[in-house]
Design a protein around this ligand. Structure first.
Ligand SMILES: *[C@@H]1O[C@H](CO)[C@@H](O)[C@H](O)[C@H]1NC(C)=O
Length: 145
């Protein structure tokens, strides 16, 4: 009797454990959770025709990435992990000559599916252009002001 109960209990625990493993696996199979675990990068290229530099300064709630000069041929890149609640946000200012652009360099809400691994920005005389991962045409544009 006593042994029987113990066997039943451990059977139940075993079933619960199996259910738990299966559900965790299916959650982790979604690409959004994959990108929580992976490192995402943002790369900013300088494509100024006159070869001029621009400067980018990005911050998150927790990190100030500092001011970086982006030169033609040497992109500025940073990497991070999207937080569990997908609230990761890097807000940036770009400065060129006497003009600037305020933009969200990375915003999980917008970018988790838009660029799960590598988010790309290209700066030129016409402003900053953002690219969906794997696309050659930009889907975002901010003009210098
Ligand atoms: C761009 O910045 C670098 C490093 O600060 C500097 O050496 C270079 O002269 C600058 N280029 C131009 C075109 O201003």
């Amino acid at each position: 009797m006593e042994t029987n109960k113990k066997v039943k209990l451990s059977m139940n625990l075993f079933v619960l454990l199996l259910l738990y493993i299966t559900s965790v696996k299916s959650i982790f199979a979604t690409s959004e959770l994959d990108s929580f675990l992976a490192r995402t990068s943002v790369t900013i290229y300088n494509q100024m025709k006159d070869g001029s530099n621009f400067t980018v300064h990005c911050k998150s709630k927790d990190d100030d990435l500092g001011s970086h000069v982006v030169q033609v041929g040497s992109p500025y890149e940073w990497k991070f992990r999207v937080n569990f609640f997908a609230t990761t946000l890097f807000f940036c200012d770009a400065y060129w000559k006497d003009k600037s652009i305020g933009f969200n360099g990375y915003e999980a809400k917008r970018d988790l599916s838009r660029c799960p691994w590598e988010c790309v920005w290209k700066g030129s005389e016409d402003g900053l252009f953002g690219y969906m991962e794997g696309y050659t045409d930009p889907d975002l544009h901010y003009a210098w002001k």
